[in-house]
Design a protein around this ligand. Structure first.
Ligand SMILES: Cc1cc2nc3c(=O)[nH]c(=O)nc-3n(C[C@H](O)[C@H](O)[C@H](O)COP(=O)(O)O)c2cc1C
Length: 183
């Protein structure tokens, strides 16, 4: 498998999906309303199980992403690297309700879903929307993993992100971010 830049893409066994999120990276969630693609920055996301592989994310119901996922029942969880910080800031401050913020981004259609993944990320998780748990204060969306893949050289042999080579983005709050290193 290759992407548009002839970058080799490797499929990852689904049971390893949790390893891509366990260290708390901020992700970009791709969704689609049938016509327009959308990306949204999300920090409140974590693995819930590995068999079946489940992921939970708190996504506000006012977001275009929430509407898209309720409608289309699918998304791609893109795991960006520090070079993509400006994209994370932009996708996290403009709503797809107001404009198509994905113009100019390099997007590729997923293998199992109609929404598009962002090129340049260190891994991608395609997921089906499984359940919505609404409380008075927040909306928890639960996803079942359909596919996991990554560029050939971004993961270790244990299917963890090679963090020193591909530093992920971690949200400190507001517009402050950090990255991490393996010990
Ligand atoms: C770094 C960062 C992390 C964010 N994390 C979340 C999150 O976990 N959940 C959420 O609902 N919104 C989060 N947001 C806010 C949304 O990304 C933002 O409101 C976005 O514009 C919604 O886009 P949409 O309406 O196109 O879906 C975050 C924003 C930033 C900048």
């Amino acid at each position: 498998m290759e992407d548009s830049k002839s970058q080799k893409i490797k499929k990852i066994p689904l049971k390893h999906a949790y390893k891509l999120l366990g260290h708390g990276p901020t992700v970009l969630i791709s969704s689609r309303d049938g016509v327009t693609d959308n990306l949204c920055s999300v920090s409140w996301i974590m693995p819930f199980d590995f068999d079946p592989p489940l992921i939970g994310a708190v996504i506000e119901r006012t977001h275009k992403t929430f509407d898209n996922i309720c409608k289309n029942k699918e998304c791609i969880i893109n795991i960006p690297v520090i070079d993509q910080l400006d994209i994370v800031k932009k996708m996290g401050t403009i709503s797809g309700h107001k404009k198509d913020k994905t113009k100019g981004l390099s997007l590729q259609t997923g293998y199992h879903v109609s929404c598009k993944r962002l090129e340049g990320c260190c891994a991608w998780i395609e997921a089906r929307f499984k359940k919505h748990k609404a409380t008075d204060d927040f909306d928890l969306m639960i996803f079942e993993v359909l596919d996991v893949y990554a560029p050939k050289d971004t993961l270790t042999k244990k299917f963890t992100i090679d963090i020193n080579k591909c530093p992920t983005i971690h949200h400190l709050g507001g517009m402050d971010f950090c990255t991490i290193k393996k010990i």
